[in-house]
Design a protein around this ligand. Structure first.
Ligand SMILES: Nc1ncnc2c1ncn2[C@@H]1O[C@H](COP(=O)(O)OP(=O)(O)O)[C@@H](O)[C@H]1O
Ligand SMILES: N[C@@H](CCC(=O)OP(=O)(O)O)C(=O)O
Length: 373
């Protein structure tokens, strides 16, 4: 997808609205603004676009309802606030969408739900079914049960993984700035807006800073989300949710915000799922020959090209493949546990049986279970 007018024609949109926009300076949800976005989304839906909403704001709304002035640090208090506030969020969306004749569906996810292949496939078919039925899914992180190990951490990441899940063509991130600036405009008022770039361009991360106030991720997580979304072919638009009729203008092809274009061919579905994993169990250090084979010829990783094994992992778990400088080259599901891997690395595959007393697979990671990063 290259031009703004093509962008506006995208069939399936994931729209993410951040806390910075949703909350009225700590005075609860911005009901007027929510009404306006819902009206715009309803118009898009009526024009034939499929809409999936990822909405933050549960913690901020919960704090408001509980009369808490400062954001708590304790996880159980954040979880309690999210549980209270999520009620307000879904109430607001359900009532506003119903004014336009649309049903909404609440989807609360943790990263665990997407890292488990079976739950991932279940979530995908439920979301696709809802979209086919014309229902608007309203997705948030399941903050009430999410602990550090199983959380996405921020809704930009969640929105990108949802865009992968449903193979959306466009991810729109509505935030409190006009888009990505060359540096944080709160610190540098002269910073210039970046109108367009290629998603995953490493230069973008250097421009992006952390969050302003209420949000969690800031621009950095938005730029990274665009790189993730591009893996399934979705371009990302970071744009101000305060722009009147912002979604209508995007659909009409107007040049607003920052467009981060997906340019590479999308990964196969199973590889997208692999690439979407946020945590790895261990690391394999590769020699230069193995790095080159993985990067250039798409072949499997054999034990002979591995020089080191780090961490504790079981067969079938996700490990990271590093080059000799420690930079990540690929990720994949490993065929041997950490102890076995340590015994067979550096050796030709026909020696696996004599080293371990048995042989499962000749490769350490099969190419179908391997994704370049
Ligand atoms: N290069 C940048 N361009 C624009 N905003 C930036 C940049 N770097 C950091 N930011 C900050 O990111 C904030 C938006 O992120 P965040 O507060 O997490 O919002 P949201 O709740 O919408 O996710 C902006 O208010 C801004 O201060
Ligand atoms: N799940 C949290 C949102 C966390 C979050 O990422 O917020 P933001 O950076 O504003 O999108 C909530 O509903 O409060």
């Amino acid at each position: 997808m290259t031009s703004r007018s093509e962008l506006g024609k995208s069939r399936r949109w994931v729209i993410k609205i951040g806390s910075a926009l949703l909350t009225d300076e700590g005075r609860g949800l911005a009901h007027g603004a929510i009404g306006a976005w819902v009206e715009q989304m309803a118009r898009l839906r009526a024009a034939g676009h499929e809409i999936l909403l990822v909405s933050s704001g549960a913690v901020a709304e919960g704090m408001h309802r509980l009369h808490w002035v400062t954001r708590p640090h304790a996880l159980h208090e954040l979880q309690a606030a999210a549980a209270v506030g999520q009620m307000g969020l879904v109430q607001a969306y359900e009532s506003r969408f119903s004014e336009h004749g649309y049903h909404t569906a609440q989807i609360l996810l943790t990263h665990d739900d997407l890292s488990d292949r079976v739950r991932y496939l279940n979530a995908r078919s439920t979301l696709r079914t809802l979209l086919r039925m014309g229902v608007i899914p309203v997705v948030n992180e399941n903050d009430t049960v999410a602990t550090d190990e199983i959380r996405f951490g921020d809704n930009d990441t969640l929105a990108a993984l949802v865009a992968n899940l449903v193979e959306a063509e466009l991810l729109v991130i509505l935030t409190d700035q006009q888009g990505l600036y060359e540096s944080d405009p709160r610190r540098n008022p002269d910073a210039r807006l970046v109108p367009e770039a290629e998603a995953a361009d490493p230069a973008l991360e250097l421009m992006a800073g952390g969050s302003g106030s209420l949000g969690r991720g800031g621009m950095l997580t938005k730029v990274r989300a665009a790189a993730r979304a591009a893996r399934s072919g979705a371009s990302t638009l970071i744009v101000s949710g305060r722009e009147p009729d912002v979604l209508g203008k995007v659909a009409a092809g107007e040049s607003l915000g920052t467009l981060l274009r997906a340019v590479k061919a999308p990964l196969a579905a199973r590889k997208q799922w692999l690439a979407g994993q946020l945590t790895v169990r261990g690391r394999l250090v590769l020699d230069a020959g193995a790095v080159s084979v993985l990067r250039n010829s798409g072949r499997s990783l054999l034990p002979v090209g591995v020089t080191g094994v780090e961490g504790e992992f079981e067969r079938g778990e996700l490990v990271s493949c590093l080059d000799q400088d420690g930079s990540e080259v690929a990720r994949g599901l490993v065929n041997y546990n950490a102890g076995e891997a340590a015994r067979i690395i550096g050796q030709p595959s026909d020696r696996i049986e004599s080293l371990l007393g048995y042989v499962d697979e000749p490769e350490l990671i099969h190419r179908d279970n391997l994704v370049l990063v």
